[in-house]
Design a binder for this molecule. Structure first.
Ligand code: NAP
Length: 290
């Protein structure tokens, strides 16, 4: 069985590449943006005409993920996050492959007051969130064999995202501020990659399943400020971190104040193991520490 990963140079694509060595029974194909641009219908058609696609799963990791820049690059964000998703979804129906499409906690407004379940109605507050929600809706038009997997606050040791950025600032030694009024569920990308394999193992032999939305993140929730403090603790750093409110930062993109995800339904349905956010974080910081 083939597992095809689009957007393979990103955090999740890289984590899946690492796992592919362990799951060598699958025929893995990793496609970076240069190999296959999901917004290029012509290239997609050529690829799908040359590749036997029945008995294949595509994990779509390709996305426009710069939340702040998206406010100025709305068209580009929608082109990749909505139109790219649609391009894969319609071809899933035509070519008979299963599609796992990644989405985000940023489809929610953050006003619920408790973790979001799969059935909660999205109400995104940023261009990025809106473009990802539009992508979800494209996937959900296909009745069978597609899964939207929402995850949150994804970090890795390989790419310069929140955990690495905070680590670098701690090492620089100058006091800095981190937002207190944004709470979510940080997710170690290695845990998400393993969960996706488990999900594939469950769906691979099912001829037809109904298109659905799943949630996966590490368990528990924390504010960005306390997450940064935890990174400092695990890194053994004494650099001072001050709490700051999001309003004081004058960011272009509005972010949800509490976008923690409730993964209980997905975890039960697929028998997934879930580590707490702080345990998964410690492993990552230990790795960065060397
Ligand atoms: N990062 C987070 O905190 C977070 C949180 C929740 C959900 N998610 C979702 O999780 C998924 C994976 O995120 P990630 O952190 O791994 O993202 P990432 O590191 O930004 O990787 C995205 C990848 O997509 C590629 N890409 C962009 N446009 C493309 C196109 N038109 N065709 C093919 N590839 C394209 C990018 O290539 P270039 O590098 O060449 O641009 C990049 O390698 C995304 O759907 C994201 O929305 C992320």
């Amino acid at each position: 069985m083939k597992i095809i990963v689009t957007g393979s140079s990103g955090q999740l694509g890289t984590a899946l590449k690492f796992l592919s060595g362990i799951y060598a029974e699958y025929d893995w194909i990793f496609l970076s943006r240069n190999d296959l641009d999901i917004t290029d219908s012509g290239k997609l058609d050529i690829f799908f005409s040359k590749t036997e696609m029945s008995d294949s799963v595509i994990i779509n990791c390709a996305a426009y993920t710069d939340v702040e820049k998206a406010e100025d690059e709305k068209e580009k964000a929608y082109l990749i996050n909505r139109d790219g998703a649609r391009n894969l979804a319609v071809r899933s129906l035509a070519s008979g492959f299963k599609l796992i499409h990644l989405s985000t906690d940023f489809v929610f407004s953050g006003m619920k007051g408790s973790p979001y379940i799969e059935d909660d109605i999205p109400e995104p507050v940023s261009v990025y969130g809106k473009s990802k929600y539009a992508g979800e809706q494209e996937i959900l038009t296909i009745p069978d064999n597609c899964l939207v997997v929402r995850t949150s606050w994804l970090y890795s040791t390989t790419h310069n995202t929140f955990v690495r950025k905070i680590y670098s600032r701690l090492k620089a030694g100058k006091p800095f501020s981190v937002v207190l009024d944004e709470t979510g569920s940080p997710t170690n990308v290695d845990d998400l990659a393993s969960a996706l394999i488990k999900i594939i193992e469950k769906i691979k032999s099912v001829k037809n399943f109904r298109t659905d939305i799943l949630h996966f993140c590490n368990s528990g929730e924390v504010s960005r400020y306390y997450l940064a403090k935890k990174i400092a603790e695990y890194a053994g750093s004494g650099t001072s971190i001050q709490p700051i409110l999001s309003d004081e930062l004058n960011m272009k993109a509005e972010r949800p104040h509490n976008s923690a995800l409730d993964c209980e339904r997905t975890v039960k349905e697929f028998g997934l193991g879930v580590r707490s956010w702080d345990k998964a974080l410690k492993e990552a910081v230990d790795k960065i520490n060397g």
